[in-house]
Design a protein around this ligand. Structure first.
Ligand code: TRP
Length: 394
């Protein structure tokens, strides 16, 4: 079977969420199947009231669409109590693409709104287990990807980044929590959640305990002084099974269950039913693409909801719901009014596909260029500041 949507989607496949290539992801069905909560108007209103900030357009537009226990986090904040943010990434050799940015952009915003510490896990060990990659390569990829992540705009004063292959051996409390977690989950349960089979290497079967451990503050005594602090995890929806397991374990360990906010996937240029895959250079816009490459990719590959001819388009109008340039604007154009105007004029046939693509290019190109300018400034010294085992602001 070809896994066009990448390794990560396997978890969704196991859960019967989508069959094969070409079958889009039904996010409402996912909420039901996974037993999460929809991010609804009520939550968004409460979020704005409690934080005094306008909700991020990712929330307003359903890009972050689902959650677990977000109301608890808002109640903590209301009561003046701190929590921390935890997110992560499985490093890959290629440069990150636009889709990888979504959880990190949102995490950065959450960190600014709540003023809380952030922990980022780079699961280089996961890649060794799942891919044909050596330990040394995985570590190198982790450090390169860390620079990509730092360039989103994080601050070493309140952000700790670690890669499993180097950090875990230096932190007994982390390993001890891993062992506590490992003792709470049977092989049968892990099989049910992750679909492991008899020929999977044993490293894969213990891996979920490594992704779960950062959700407990006691894994990081140098940050939290062994205090129990609540955790909020922003992640793409495919990571939910790890944290469903973590939440079950938390109850057994008498620790707080981590709260979650889940994102949808940024679709591939070729169409909404495909997630962007790092292995197909034409499916995605990469963070190191040039302005010319961005322009070419959008013009050539971005699936269009427009009509076959200009005449037909003027007469019948386009379909913004399937149009990838429009979809990308919902992710990257902050101005609600302008976005709505584009939607209605595209639908009425007034705005042509070429015009819409031009707007998408105009929005995405400076976004990537500004990112690249920040990325160029991330030196090895800055990198090591983030990785230092140290106290960060709580
Ligand atoms: N398994 C994730 C991936 O392959 C990486 C990861 C580790 C992660 N911890 C996380 C993602 C916490 C989100 C939240 O990308």
């Amino acid at each position: 079977m070809i896994w066009l949507l990448g390794e990560r989607k396997k978890i969704l496949l196991i859960h019967g969420m989508c069959q094969e290539i070409g079958d889009g992801i039904d996010y409402d069905k996912l909420i039901k199947r996974f037993g999460c909560q929809k991010i609804d108007e009520e939550l968004i209103t409460r979020f704005e009231r409690v934080t005094g900030k306008k909700a991020h357009h990712f929330l307003r537009r359903g890009i972050f669409f689902s959650h677990r226990d977000m109301h608890n986090i808002l109640s903590l904040h209301e009561a003046g109590k701190k929590f921390y943010l935890y997110t992560g990434r499985g490093p890959s050799s290629e440069s990150m693409h636009l889709g990888h940015m979504i959880p990190f952009m949102f995490t950065k915003w959450l960190q600014d709104v709540f003023n809380v510490p952030l922990i980022i896990q780079l699961t280089d060990d996961e890649k060794v287990m799942w891919k044909d990659i050596k330990i040394e390569q995985a570590r190198t990829m982790a450090f390169n990807n860390a620079k990509d992540i730092i360039a989103v705009g994080f601050d070493p004063g309140n952000t700790f980044i670690f890669n499993d292959l180097d950090f875990i051996g230096k932190c007994p409390s982390f390993y001890q929590n891993m062992v506590r977690i490992q003792k709470c989950v049977t092989y049968n349960q892990a099989k049910g959640i992750f679909g492991f089979g008899d020929s999977d290497v044993i490293g894969k079967i213990t891996f979920p305990s490594i992704e779960a451990a950062p959700a407990f503050s006691t894994s990081f005594p140098f940050i939290f002084d062994n205090k129990v602090v609540a955790c909020l995890i922003p992640c793409a929806i495919d990571q939910d099974p790890y944290f469903r397991m973590t939440r079950d374990v938390a109850a057994r360990l008498k620790l707080p269950k981590p709260a979650l906010v889940h994102s949808t996937f940024l679709p591939a240029l070729q169409g909404a039913q495909h997630k962007m895959s790092a292995s197909d250079p034409n499916a995605s816009i990469f963070l190191n693409d040039t302005a010319k490459q961005i322009k070419n990719k959008i013009n050539k590959y971005a699936f269009s909801g427009g009509r076959a001819t200009v005449e037909e388009h003027r007469l019948l109008g386009g379909n913004p719901d399937v149009d990838i340039s429009f979809k990308y604007l919902t992710f990257f154009m902050e101005d609600d009014e302008r976005l709505e105007e584009i939607r209605t004029t595209y639908k009425s046939g007034e705005l042509l596909t070429g015009d819409l693509k031009r707007v998408a290019i105009e929005i995405i190109t400076p976004f990537i260029q500004q990112y690249q300018a920040r990325r160029a400034k991330v030196t090895d010294d800055i990198l090591s500041e983030f990785f230092k085992i140290r106290k960060i602001v709580v």
